[in-house]
Design a protein around this ligand. Sequence first.
Ligand SMILES: Cc1cc2nc3c(=O)[nH]c(=O)nc-3n(C[C@H](O)[C@H](O)[C@H](O)COP(=O)(O)OP(=O)(O)OC[C@H]3O[C@@H](n4cnc5c(N)ncnc54)[C@H](O)[C@@H]3O)c2cc1C
Length: 408
Amino acid sequence: MSSAPGSNGCDVAIVGGGLAGGLIALALATRCPQLHLRVIEEGARAGGNHRWSWFASDLNAAGTKLVAPLRKAEWQAGYEVDFPRFRRVLDTRYRSLASHDFAAHLAAALPAGTLVTGKRAEAVAADGVMLPGGERLPAGAVIDCRGFRPTRHLRGGWQVFLGRHLRVDRPHGLTRPTIMDARVDQTDGYRFVYVLPLAADELFIEDTYYQDSPVLDRALLSARLDAYAAAHGWTGTMLAEETGVLPVITGGDFAAWQAESRVPGVARAGAGAGFVHPLTSYTLPFAVETALAVADAFAQTPGLTGTALADLLERRGREHWQAMGFYRLLGTMLFGAADPAERYRVFERFYTLKPSLVERFYAGRSTWTDKARVLSGRPPVPVAAAVRALAGNRPRLYLGAQQQRDSA
Ligand SMILES: Cc1cc2nc3c(=O)[nH]c(=O)nc-3n(C[C@H](O)[C@H](O)[C@H](O)COP(=O)(O)OP(=O)(O)OC[C@H]3O[C@@H](n4cnc5c(N)ncnc54)[C@H](O)[C@@H]3O)c2cc1C
């Protein structure tokens, strides 16, 4: 057994039971079952209200094994993309996990008492977590997984979307996801609709924008989703809805960002620690990798201190930032060089490339040859504008008070 500090304490306190925190808990519970864990989540259940998707090729064998027990949608028939000039089917398999299935799995798979929901962490420290009412949870190590917070230290744009889960009146007949249908009006930046056939009579459709502002106009996006569904003959009942306002990071001062929310001795993981694909805003592949790395560290070093874990994850965060430079550059060109109505051309051109290159791009593992291939050939944006964009500064990824209200 472990040496939990105090009778109410734990070896590892994970603050935030979202994607990153939940995956770390699962990885630790599997690999180091002797550790006493606590996951402190302020929401009524873990995971929030999300649907997380990824490509099978994003994960290695260990990552695939970690997510194998989760109930999820899996498509064997590849996926398609639709642009004004072409439609393409790629073989890569796609996966999608609903947060309520994630929450149910965490509740069932973690030892009783591990998951504490409806409790907000007021503050974190190297040796424990402050809870409401002066309660304190002592912990051998603390991992802060409280999600991304807008910051003045990073720059870029936003990916804004409204997604809707529908039960349709008649079978829709779709066999594979459409990851991007960019044949829709391109009025507010790069816009596409995303369609997942979750069952013969269930669809998830999402209207997504790569835009300069973080404002989500729910009524407008809702009307556009209605119009898209009607144009495809999909009528039925809405089962659930989700919204997202995610950062598309094109640059910034990563060291200053790390310093901004660093608490000495507290490890950080998830989107709030920078484990994100800067251009797609996806985090699942990196959350899986980080969870496995945390479990490896505890398995290899019994009694690993919170400070050692904090150093390890900070270093991994810096390495990840360095490895993502190419995607930040593409994001800079997407936002800075292309007129909003023309941004789709960047992805249209990208989707003419080899499937294996596309897979490595989404996984954040592009090779030098891939990068050269993406940047060579006839540019999808004017060269002079691209040069200007690269020389300039994108806006800060910071929400003013009004924007916070608009996007709430
Ligand atoms: C609607 C939506 C759809 C997305 N779809 C995808 C996708 O398909 N694929 C993909 O890879 N990425 C997707 N993302 C992006 C990204 O993967 C998610 O945002 C992901 O959930 C980030 O994981 P995280 O654990 O860092 O943060 P979160 O999952 O947001 O988890 C943070 C958790 O911390 C909790 N918390 C915050 N403060 C406290 C506190 N003080 N005390 C206790 N708990 C606290 C929150 O309630 C939350 O549950 C999506 C994001 C959104 C919003």
